[in-house]
Design a protein around this ligand. Structure first.
Ligand code: MG
Ligand code: MG
Ligand code: MG
Length: 306
């Protein structure tokens, strides 16, 4: 029976490439491992796989009866369905420890670094397995994506060092150019329905009884969404109408390193308080805001009295 290696729901570049890279490492160690993902590729990941000659992993959303290795998450809500009926063999991650438990000992390697790709680079090295050039390429892309080319507050020295090594192996001379190519792909909004854009990278949170949804679009330039702001706002209103106290859409300018925060809320003053600014129309510029995990969520939790 094959072992499935799979990342989180709403797969991002790290989740998909880490499934491929860890499955390849497991294969080297004699395990019949197969990479999988829990949903369709986003435009950035599609570009990355094409560039380094990989086809999309198969889609797998139900763990029942399967042997699984999880990458880039350890939360039940982000894992395949019916995890309780699966046999979990490993978790490789870089987030806070989630709520998944097991009956048997497993491989568990989570580190406070910016990307699962960085943890995998170390695992290849520890096991003395040479990283093939095309796999080094996609691991490099994952780290550049998760750390927003080292600009995110989640980035560590280990991430930068891993990228230096991986770029050499992959034959990438210009990391910055590669990152820009990815960010342009990630910024693609033309012809995509506004609601799909709100949900492209979206998570719901319970903050002191308030249901708060936070989406993020990472853009190389805010002018890309200038013509669709009203549509995005309407889409946020629709999402909020579905029982939420607040919907925030982070329109993040990854070059200017800040976020124009679109706000639909029962209590807009709560958001002004959370980020120490004033709404102008529907949005508020928050300088330096790049990370939902490290910046938006903690400030909102504090404002909600969590
Ligand atoms: Mg991820
Ligand atoms: Mg990640
Ligand atoms: Mg991200």
């Amino acid at each position: 029976m094959s072992v499935y290696v799979v990342g989180h729901k709403s797969p991002d570049t790290d989740s998909v490439t880490s499934a491929i890279a860890y499955a390849a490492l497991q294969k080297e160690m004699g395990v019949d491992a197969v990479p999988a993902m829990q949903g369709e590729l986003n435009p950035e990941t599609e570009m990355v796989l094409n560039k380094f000659g990989f086809s999309a992993p198969e889609i797998m959303t139900d763990g029942a009866g399967k042997q699984l290795m999880l990458v880039d998450h350890s939360d039940l809500a982000q894992a395949p369905d019916n995890l309780g009926d699966a046999e979990l063999l490993a978790i490789i991650d870089h987030h806070k420890v989630g709520d998944i438990t097991t009956n048997n000992p497993i491989i568990f390697n989570a580190q406070p670094v910016g990307c699962t790709g960085t943890v995998l680079k170390q695992l290849y090295d520890i096991n003395n397995v040479a990283i093939p050039a095309n796999i080094a390429g996609i691991m490099l892309c994952a780290i550049l994506s998760d750390t927003v080319m080292f600009k995110s507050p989640t980035c560590t020295e280990a991430d930068k060092a891993a990228c230096e090594d991986l770029a050499k192996i992959a034959g990438v001379d210009d990391m910055q150019a590669l990152a820009m190519e990815m960010f342009k792909a990630k910024s693609a909004v033309d012809g995509v329905p506004a609601k799909d854009l709100v949900f492209r990278d979206y998570k719901d949170f319970d903050m002191n009884g308030k249901k708060i949804g936070i989406g993020q679009l990472e853009l190389v330039d805010l002018s890309l969404v200038a013509g669709i702001r009203d549509d995005l706002y309407k889409a946020c209103e629709e999402v909020k109408a579905d029982g939420r106290h607040t919907v925030l859409l982070m329109l993040t300018d990854i070059m200017k390193e800040g976020t124009d925060l679109m706000v639909v809320s029962d209590d807009p003053s709560l958001i002004e308080k959370a980020f120490g600014g004033k709404l102008e129309g529907n949005t508020m510029w928050v300088d330096g805001m790049m990370s939902r995990k490290k910046q938006t969520v903690p400030n909102m939790q504090k404002a909600c009295g969590c």
